[in-house]
Design a binder for this molecule. Structure first.
Ligand SMILES: *[C@@H]1O[C@H](CO)[C@@H](O)[C@H](O)[C@H]1NC(C)=O
Ligand SMILES: *[C@@H]1O[C@H](CO)[C@@H](O)[C@H](O)[C@H]1NC(C)=O
Ligand SMILES: *[C@@H]1O[C@H](CO)[C@@H](O)[C@H](O)[C@H]1NC(C)=O
Ligand SMILES: *[C@@H]1O[C@H](CO)[C@@H](O)[C@H](O)[C@H]1NC(C)=O
Ligand SMILES: CC(=O)N[C@H]1CO[C@H](CO)[C@@H](O)[C@@H]1O
Length: 417
């Protein structure tokens, strides 16, 4: 208020801080009560958080949370992972537990006859696989990265495969025995699978190989793959490149999931992974938007399941999935079974029909309509579990990618883009 405008006398009251009046102040007592009241609960909360962080509960809790609510939590998590700047933190081999064995190059050279052509059992995009006899391990499969393709990215995949696989032992995952990193050589040594990979049996041009796997064995293999994948997801890892060429069979035809160069731990691994896709096995949302969830593996699993029973390579036929659905709908299950394997008996037939039903659930277009792997395992192992009706799957993404094959079916690291 402009005081000049006030005519006539008027009292003016001024409100001042007590300190400005110059009166002696009572000594301020230290606010012990407040300080204690605030810091003690704070310290307790921090300690509790730290304890929880390191406790086994957290692991279980975060795992369960992810499994309970896959699409939303994982979409966010994977986006975060996918968007980190390129080549920040390639997986660090120094993180390996020192107990994981390395092996010297001379031993590997000796095991493989100096990487002799005669010992080659497989070739991938970036690696050659040899059979060898390694002292102390017996027959092994030696995966040697090709020198001419050793980019930083491939080395990163190699390191990732070691870091992941050295942690994992499961009946349905191929076992990494040791590795060798000397003189620019990057070598992984795996247990040897005499019976090679699944694609030989289910697509084998040689019909004698196709008829080797009977229906009971095929169903057992499907269950084994599902259990291996469920376990992997439980460890927080997405395989990303599940296909028959990446599934090996041991002497008793137990399936072993292989090729973890592309596997991606959620959250933990902050590398910018480019898309890994094999035409025909890639889920539509991953091929389209690069959205990576556990459900992408479920999709690939569904395709593999239908292929194991049908004996046909799906990636050559874009309309494979809608056709399977039509035949299933009209109860023409027989059309979906490989004739080379022979007519199943009535009991086996109903098991196979149920498998196809589960396969169709796994290849649903929308990720949230696909069951999670633990549900898939329950459906496959317990006939009491009710199966929802699948809707018609969309045509296979493989058709659009035909022009540029991204990955072949040989075991080994997949080509990526
Ligand atoms: C990931 O890396 C690739 C090349 O390695 C790059 O082209 C791409 O833009 C990167 N993506 C992101 C989100 O940083
Ligand atoms: C292995 O082969 C390489 C080239 O092929 C040769 O230079 C090397 O001497 C061989 N080593 C042994 C131990 O035979
Ligand atoms: C095949 O793998 C299964 C599961 O790991 C194992 O129980 C079985 O003994 C293996 N068979 C052979 C012949 O090694
Ligand atoms: C798998 O390997 C074992 C041992 O070599 C062999 O006896 C068996 O016939 C093989 N099975 C198939 C289906 O090839
Ligand atoms: C933090 C974050 O990015 N949250 C997003 C997670 O994803 C859902 C749906 O995909 C979004 O609505 C959230 O904003």
């Amino acid at each position: 208020m402009d005081l000049r405008l006030v005519d006539g006398g008027q009292s003016l009251y001024l409100r001042l801080a007590k300190t400005e009046l110059g009166e002696p102040q009572p000594p301020k007592s230290f606010p012990t009560g407040i300080v204690i009241g605030v810091t003690v609960p704070l310290v307790i909360i921090i300690l509790a958080l730290v304890a929880f962080w390191f406790s086994p509960w957290r692991r279980r809790w975060s795992r369960e949370r992810i499994l309970d609510n896959p699409p939303r939590v994982l979409d966010n998590a994977s986006r975060v992972v996918d968007n980190v700047a390129p080549d920040s933190h390639p997986p660090n081999l120094a993180l390996l537990t020192t107990s994981f064995p390395a092996v010297g190059l001379p031993a590997v050279v000796q095991a493989t006859g100096n990487f002799s052509e005669a010992n080659i059992i497989g070739k991938g995009g970036f690696s050659v696989i040899y059979k060898g006899e390694l002292d102390g391990y017996g027959t092994v499969a030696v995966k040697r990265l090709k020198q001419d393709s050793l980019s930083e990215k491939i080395k990163g995949d190699y390191a990732r495969e070691i870091v992941l696989m050295s942690r994992f032992t499961h009946a349905n995952l191929v076992k990494l025995l040791c590795y060798c990193q000397e003189k620019a050589e990057c070598i992984l040594v795996y247990e040897f699978m005499r019976n090679r990979s699944l694609n030989l049996y289910i697509f084998g041009e040689d019909s004698s190989l196709r008829s080797l796997l009977n229906w009971a064995q095929r169903v057992k293999i499907i269950r084994g793959i599902a259990i291996g994948l469920e376990w992997l997801h439980g460890e927080g890892v997405i395989h990303r490149d599940l296909k028959p060429g990446n599934i090996l069979l041991n002497d008793t035809l137990e399936p072993k999931i292989a090729d973890f160069g592309t596997a991606k731990p959620l959250i933990e691994d902050p590398t910018n992974q480019t898309l890994v896709q094999t035409a025909g096995y890639v889920a539509p949302e991953y091929a389209g938007e690069g959205t990576l969830t556990y459900k992408c593996d479920v999709y690939s699993f569904g395709v593999v399941l239908l292929e194991i029973l049908g004996g046909k390579r799906k990636k050559d036929e874009p309309t494979f999935l809608p056709q399977v659905w039509e035949s299933w709908k009209q109860c023409e299950i027989g059309e979906l079974l490989d004739p080379q394997v022979g007519e199943p008996e009535a009991e086996a037939f109903s098991v196979l029909a149920r498998c196809i039903h589960i396969g169709l659930l796994c290849v649903q277009h929308l990720p949230e309509q696909r069951p999670a792997m633990p549900e898939v395992v329950a459906m496959l192992t317990n006939t009491g579990v009710q199966l929802p009706m699948p809707s018609k799957p969309t045509a296979n993404i493989g058709a659009g990618l035909q022009a540029q094959p991204i990955s072949d079916d040989t075991p080994g690291p997949s080509r990526t883009r």
